[in-house]
Write a protein that binds this ligand. Sequence first.
Ligand code: 6PG
Length: 245
Amino acid sequence: MNTPNLNVSVDGPAVARAFADHLVERLNEKKEGPFFWALSGGSTPKLLFKILAEDYQDKVDWKRIHFFWGDERCVPHDDPESNYGEVKALLFDHVPVVQSQIHAVDTTKSPEEAAKAYGELMMQLLPSNSDGLPILDLNMLGMGGDGHTASIFPSNMDELLTDDSICAVAIHPESGQKRVTMTGPVLNASDEVAFLITGNGKTQRVAQILNKEHGAEKFPVTHIKPTSGKLIWFLDKAAADEVGY
Ligand code: 6PG
């Protein structure tokens, strides 16, 4: 059984810095050319975006990065719920990113049209693997308390973990909010998937998944295993507290 690659830090800020340093390492490894990074939404990445804006202005070669989103809420970009809007305010407005390399989901379209268009855009911009799936250099994902990731929830995982479209429309099980999400096969086509998970609210779920406990298969995160890429877990001590190794 291969032991998952864990990067455990003392607290949220330290997790953010560990990931930021990893981003710098990955950019250095891929010596030149574009770097394709998919972002996630929610609260955990906010700390990362703030720390990148404050302390990584000169450490990251921002002009090489193309930004994508693993999922996006179907709301206007200036809506407080927008994942794009969150990153723009916390990061893009503070570092020298190339505007034409920010590939946001076009939420002016209907959810169905936006999902189709985003999949086409990814196929146009990204290299693809032998299965014809687009390859991201780095797919940064979070995990909700129910074990969801991107907008692949327990309620829609049977469909979205095998969906052969690049992006699909998902509905948040509580709010009913429509979202565009990359599908499971696309997440697993990434060169590297990095989960950023912090806080004691996630301890039990992280333990169930990483300890391969009975019932873990009902959580979407359990099924995110890059086909040929790497998987790294950036955790704080609280989230990793009950991991059995
Ligand atoms: C979103 C995210 C979602 C998020 C998890 C974890 O659009 O909300 O992509 O998948 O990563 O819900 O969110 P927290 O980091 O806020 O717990």
